[in-house]
Design a binder for this molecule. Structure first.
Ligand code: ADP
Ligand code: MG
Length: 341
């Protein structure tokens, strides 16, 4: 374990019966870090969180937190908080009682309890709602109660499993900002699970992209967004045009195409729609789709490489469906993929 790691997963393997859901996972999380676990449904995000929370015993490997091995420590002795997508609040209790619940279990009473809960509610902007029953709150407010309930326990690590996925678009944005503020103000180490790349990019200090129970890439949002290491990550973060490279050529199901420039020694190249130059270049395609997207126009081209998706400034002269258009795939605008498939 390195000196800077606060929470360490060391060759962690997790299984349901005989099925391995997470294999030999190594991860080091720094104190105060906001880490996002990003990946498609079923890749093992929730399973990993459950093991950190102590709700699941690993079949292999170790978990340590703040210098102590917690692999076999009971969930309620770990100082790990968990906030779910479904808020799991007690509907018959008030907001105050929900937030006070864990503290009471620890034996806290009286003025100390009142002060703690009030501070927790204030930190999530719910000071005025202490007396309400939770079903009388909006989804966003319920999620804030769940957050306050975890935060008052002063966890060493707070785990949030898709906490925003039940909220509508506007509330999600609001809660995202709220989460970021609470995390920065409290300095709590946070792991945030999402299948939404936009959320991960916006929130996280670092992103862990998972695939099939293993880590595919770890990096800052900029690294993941600009330098995906594999076709899987590129696809996940919005590179619409992803090609294998073989013998110095772009290779697709339709055959191989040489670009004007010599290709670097990589397994694949990927372009975002914006990185493709339209209107000139050595390649050509037929416009099969056009959509106006406000500031830009998106084109779907049928080409010898298969379908190419491009996006150009809306001020650029528009092409009609069926038009033949020249284009270029500039190598300097491509992400260089170390792995393909
Ligand atoms: N209770 C369970 N019993 C058996 N298999 C499970 C159970 N929960 C999850 N799995 C399987 O483990 C894998 C990882 O699931 P999960 O961690 O929930 O993924 P994610 O949270 O990334 O969507 C999936 O293949 C899933 O089907
Ligand atoms: Mg999940």
């Amino acid at each position: 374990m390195s000196d800077t790691s606060f929470l360490t997963l060391d060759k962690l393997s997790l299984a349901y019966g005989k099925t391995l859901a997470v294999k030999d996972l190594d991860l080091e999380i720094r104190k105060g870090e906001l880490l996002a676990l990003l990946g498609p449904s079923g890749c093992g995000k929730t399973t990993t969180m459950r093991s950190i929370a102590g709700l699941m015993t690993p079949v292999g490997g170790r978990i340590s937190l703040d210098g102590a091995d917690i692999t076999r420590v009971a969930a309620n002795k770990r100082a790990v908080g968990l906030v779910f997508q479904s808020y799991a609040l007690f509907p018959h209790l008030t907001v105050f009682e929900n937030v006070a619940f864990g503290l009471k279990l620890k034996g806290m009473r009286g003025a100390e309890l009142e002060t703690k809960v009030a501070a927790g509610l204030k930190s999530v902007g719910l000071a005025a709602f202490a007396g309400r029953k939770t079903p009388e709150l909006s989804g966003g407010q319920q999620q804030r109660v769940a957050l306050a309930r975890s935060m008052v326990m002063e966890p060493k690590v707070l785990l949030l499993d898709e906490p925003l996925s039940n909220l509508d678009a506007r509330l999600r944005l609001e809660m995202r900002t709220e989460l970021q503020r609470v995390q920065k103000e409290s300095g709590v180490t946070m792991i945030f699970v999402t299948h939404d790349q936009v959320e991960a990019l916006a929130l996280a200090d670092r992103i862990v992209v998972m695939k099939n129970g293993a880590i595919e890439q770890i990096g800052t949002p900029e690294e993941i967004y600009n330098h995906p290491v594999s076709s899987f990550v590129a696809d996940f973060v919005g590179f619409e045009n992803i090609f294998a490279v073989r013998d110095g050529k772009l290779t697709t199901a339709n055959g191989a195409v040489a670009l004007s420039k010599t290709l670097p020694d990589v397994a694949g190249l990927a372009w975002r729609p914006r990185a493709i130059s339209l209107g000139s270049g050595p390649l050509a395609g037929t416009v099969r789709g056009v959509s106006f997207a406000g500031g830009t126009r998106e084109y779907v081209l049928e080409t010898p490489l298969g379908i190419i998706k491009t996006e150009v400034d809306a001020t650029f002269p528009a092409y009609a469906l069926g038009a033949e258009v020249a284009f270029d795939l500039p190598v300097e605008g491509a992400a260089l993929l170390k792995r393909f498939g």
